[in-house]
Design a protein around this ligand. Structure first.
Ligand code: BG6
Length: 484
């Protein structure tokens, strides 16, 4: 057998989020979360690539009034709430060392601002963690994965309000105390940088209720940074042997050409992406961002002690999602052409997924090296994968060679980075079981090794089927990445 470049204790596994798999949105005492309010819009009717925000109270009230008449896929997920035993048995069969999941904050605190938790919610995760540990699978738990309790939006306009820091701290301490013997790996905020693109999803902000959106977003983010640092402190005190990390939606940006204008623009965009990890890993606001705030009329209201807590309670490791890279041009007119999924100009060297996400395995190696050079802390790839349409053949098989090719290429580049000296703790492929898409609420955008029989409208038996990639990934794990 070829020798593995991966460390012996490398954490192979898969990743999900409560809002995309659990369903049972109104069972077990759970309150509504922000993502329970996002309805499905068919592709032909969509006006944006991403349909995951609510911008006004009026829009929110209209959605609330639709109640059962609307199609809100994240409310049904893929029924993990009732089928977790079957799903975890399949993860165990693949040999998972870890499984990333999130705790739905409103399952524990239905309104977010109570002082006492909901026992039924706590019990559910006890059961899930016990089931994972039965197979020797380490839970990797995200505290907040786009699941802000809706009440915190309605009553406080989300993270803009400083009181939310206390609510979150209470929630974090509650789950650390409850699961201290079961969970060793934690993440604070999923893709903390997403607020700058989607203030409702990242920070629970209704933008029509604020005067200066950027000001509101960065103030909310300051509160999230403080809350994250407080969670790090509490985690270390309550579970000394645990490790807790931050989580970034990593957007590597290449300059389009060696023209210094392009290079400078790419660097500026990189700095804005890395600002979040600068604060959470290094423990302070970088000077380029303080200048950006000054130039853009943004004032961050800090309380005494905030800077100290940020500095003293930095994360143990840096985790990130990796799906694509961007290309920057210094020419503002060219940027308007939009050749990449989020922003930027086209990259002629890369192919894209059916959703226009540029596929760039080598970019993962570049990003790993860059992050490790900058921060010198262990890295964890907690999301990577290919969203694709799958076909069930007449004999019931699902031949997803395109997914295997994608994952193989990325894992290979991760191995190269490890060979070059980067410290990588683990790799959890996104959506190891098919789930509801975060950005489009589609079921038909599938990432899994396990197929779930359900369509965009909730029709289907929910039966689980192994795809071809299931056995492939099982072999990758069994050989510790030596055979891809
Ligand atoms: C990340 C999120 O942005 O990307 C996940 O953390 C999400 O929640 C994943 O599902 C893939 O995005 P999408 O839109 O294809 O589901």
């Amino acid at each position: 057998m070829t020798e593995s470049v991966f460390p012996k204790d490398f954490l192979w596994g898969g990743a999900t989020a409560a809002n995309q798999v659990e369903g049972a949105y109104n069972e077990g005492g759970k309150g509504l979360s922000i993502f329970d309010m996002i309805s499905f819009i068919p592709k032909e009717e969509r006006t944006k690539d991403i349909e995951m925000g609510v911008s006004s109270r009026k829009e929110l009230d209209t959605l609330l009034a639709q109640d059962t008449s609307g199609n809100f896929p994240k409310r049904r997920g893929v029924d993990f709430y009732h089928r977790y035993k079957e799903d975890i048995a399949l993860f165990a069969e693949m040999g998972f060392k870890t499984f990333r999941l999130s705790i739905s904050w409103p399952r524990i605190f239905p309104n977010g601002d109570e002082t006492e938790p909901n026992e039924e919610g706590l019990k559910f995760y006890d059961n899930v963690f016990d089931e994972l540990l039965k197979y020797g699978i380490e839970p990797l738990v995200t505290l907040s994965h786009y699941e802000i309790p809706l009440n915190l939006v309605q009553k406080y306009n989300g993270w803009i309000d400083r009181r939310v820091v206390d609510f979150f701290t209470n929630y974090a301490k509650t789950v650390f105390n409850r699961y201290k013997d079961k969970v060793k790996y934690w993440l604070t905020f999923n893709e903390i940088n997403v607020s700058t693109m989607e203030p409702y999803i990242g920070s629970g902000i209704l933008v029509d209720e604020v005067e200066h959106v950027e000001q509101a977003v960065y103030q909310a983010l300051h509160h999230q940074f403080v809350a994250s640092a407080r969670a790090v402190k509490a985690c270390h005190e309550i579970i000394p042997e645990a490790q807790i990390g931050c989580m970034l939606a990593r957007m590597e940006v290449y300059p389009e050409t060696p023209n210094p204008d392009d290079v400078l623009e790419a660097l500026t965009q990189e700095q804005k992406n890395l600002f979040f990890t600068d604060v959470q890993v290094r423990g302070y606001y970088p000077s380029f961002m303080l200048n950006y705030f000054k130039d853009n009329g943004i004032h961050i209201e800090m309380q005494p002690g905030d800077e100290e807590i940020l500095a003293q309670h930095t994360v143990d490791f840096l985790s990130f999602s990796y799906y694509m890279t961007m290309v920057a041009s210094g020419d503002a007119e060219r940027v308007k052409e939009k050749g990449n999924f989020f922003t930027g100009v086209p990259n002629p060297y890369l192919k894209a997924s059916d959703w226009g996400w540029k596929i760039d395995p080598k970019g993962l190696r570049i990003t790993l090296k860059k992050l490790y050079d900058r921060y010198q802390v262990p890295l964890f790839i907690v999301e990577n994968g290919l969203g694709a349409y799958d076909t069930v053949e007449e004999d019931g098989s699902i031949i997803d060679d395109y997914r295997i090719d994608y994952l193989r290429a990325h894992i290979k580049e991760m191995g190269e980075a490890i060979k070059e000296g980067v410290d990588v703790m683990g790799y959890t492929s996104w959506g190891c079981i098919d789930l509801i898409s975060a950005s489009t609420s589609e079921m038909s955008k599938r990432y899994g090794f396990i197929y779930v029989d359900q369509d965009d409208y909730g029709n289907g038996t929910l039966e689980r089927k192994k795809k071809k990639s299931f056995d492939w990934y099982k072999h990758v794990i069994a050989t510790n990445g030596a055979e891809l």
